[in-house]
Design a protein around this ligand. Structure first.
Ligand SMILES: NC(=O)c1ccc[n+]([C@@H]2O[C@H](COP(=O)([O-])OP(=O)(O)OC[C@H]3O[C@@H](n4cnc5c(N)ncnc54)[C@H](O)[C@@H]3O)[C@@H](O)[C@H]2O)c1
Length: 340
């Protein structure tokens, strides 16, 4: 479908300028996007980012409590006619204190031609999906022959990472998982093992996982002071490390000594550094994830390279996936129209 037809479809379903489509979390989840769709859409978003065909200012935010942030994440991806804003919050102690997710949020989508808001949707599912898609795409580009993957943190992100990673690491045989909460490990294994062929193994401790896996990923908590739960001496040449929790879980010394330190967005990482999340300093950035996916930058140069690729989340991915959710929802008459 070309862009004009896409907009015609929208006009046929929605009175642009006088109403918008509201989608609940369940409706977003059930709009029909598969892991394959999300990987394709995220890849397009990363390529747009890597080739500078996008607009995405660094997140601005407010911080009512220490370790808590709200971020406003606007983006425009011309190739996809996707423009919008995600308003997301991260409360690391929500699960323990309130039984609520760490991360919730809303996504507003606009009509590029007129600017009118056309949709408001829950952003929890989109965040839960596009994040592992970025990790999986980066892993596939940086370490395609890996047979072992280690996942630290077995919550929402950990579960989805294990489901996504098998799509890009085709030789994967073993996935080691670790969490301080053993029930989270049980839940991940119960949920994901029936869906994938690679064997999921309960990691004994962070050290055993670090020493068993070629590719490692963390999605635990984002803290100002690094936990450094994975000690630098457990990490060896040739490993690929993909943190989703910034500078928290791996020893900052590893990030500093890596042969190359890639990030999804240099601007975002510089911003987080200015907020104090890299107390020992931001490692020297070698390039961006989108450049690797777009192949304007080389991935792994040799088998002994230690590579870190830190992805903190980009709005270009949210608006590209959100646009497709909107089009699918309109197609299936999901959600409810609200007057503006
Ligand atoms: N990079 C991105 O784009 C992006 C997007 C969404 C979430 N995140 C981050 O990913 C992290 C996980 O998010 P989530 O939604 O899966 O949260 P979650 O609460 O569902 O899961 C986090 C898991 O980490 C575990 N954990 C906490 N501290 C740990 C430790 N010291 N060692 C081992 N395990 C530990 C918890 O027990 C929990 O099971 C958060 O830091 C969140 O901010 C990043």
């Amino acid at each position: 479908m070309n862009d004009t037809k896409e907009r015609e479809k929208m006009i046929g379903k929605l009175k642009i300028g006088s109403e918008l489509l509201y989608l609940t979390r369940e409706e977003v989840t059930n709009a029909g996007l598969t892991i394959g769709n999300i990987l394709d859409l995220t890849k397009e978003a990363l390529i747009a980012h890597g080739t500078k065909n996008h607009e995405m200012p660094a997140k601005i935010g407010v911080h009512p409590f220490r370790e808590v942030f709200y971020h406003a994440m606007p983006a425009y991806v011309p190739r996809k006619n996707a423009v919008g804003l995600k308003w997301i919050e991260c409360y690391p102690s929500n699960p323990e204190k309130y039984g609520l997710p760490q991360t919730t949020g809303l996504l507003i989508m606009n009509d590029v031609m007129t600017g009118c808001p056309v949709a408001l949707m829950d952003a929890t599912w989109i965040t839960a999906m596009r994040t592992p898609a970025v990790t999986a795409l980066a892993a596939g580009a940086l370490h395609p022959d890996a047979a072992s993957f280690g996942m630290y943190g077995c919550g929402v992100q950990g579960i989805e990472h294990c489901r996504y990673i098998v799509h890009t690491l085709e030789k994967l045989e073993k996935i080691f998982v670790y969490d301080i909460n053993p029930r989270a490990v049980d839940k991940l294994i119960e949920t994901v093992q029936p869906q994938i062929e690679a064997e999921i193994i309960r990691g004994e401790n962070p050290e055993a996982v670090a020493k068993s896996c070629e590719v490692l990923c963390s999605a635990t908590v984002i803290l100002l002071e690094p936990l450094a739960a994975v000690k630098d001496e457990w990490i060896s040449a040739g490993q690929t490390i993909l943190p989703c929790d910034l500078n928290t879980y791996f020893d900052p010394a590893t990030l500093k000594r890596a042969d190359r330190y890639f990030v999804d967005s240099s601007e975002e990482h510089e911003l987080f550094a200015s907020m104090g999340y890299f107390p020992g300093g931001l490692p020297t950035i070698s390039g961006e994830t989108g450049e690797i996916i777009a192949k304007t930058l080389s991935g792994r140069n040799n088998n002994s390279e230690l590579i870190v690729c830190s992805n903190i989340g980009m709005a270009v991915c949210d608006v590209v996936v959100g646009k497709e959710v909107l089009m699918q929802a309109l197609d299936q008459d999901l959600g409810r129209k609200l007057p503006l």
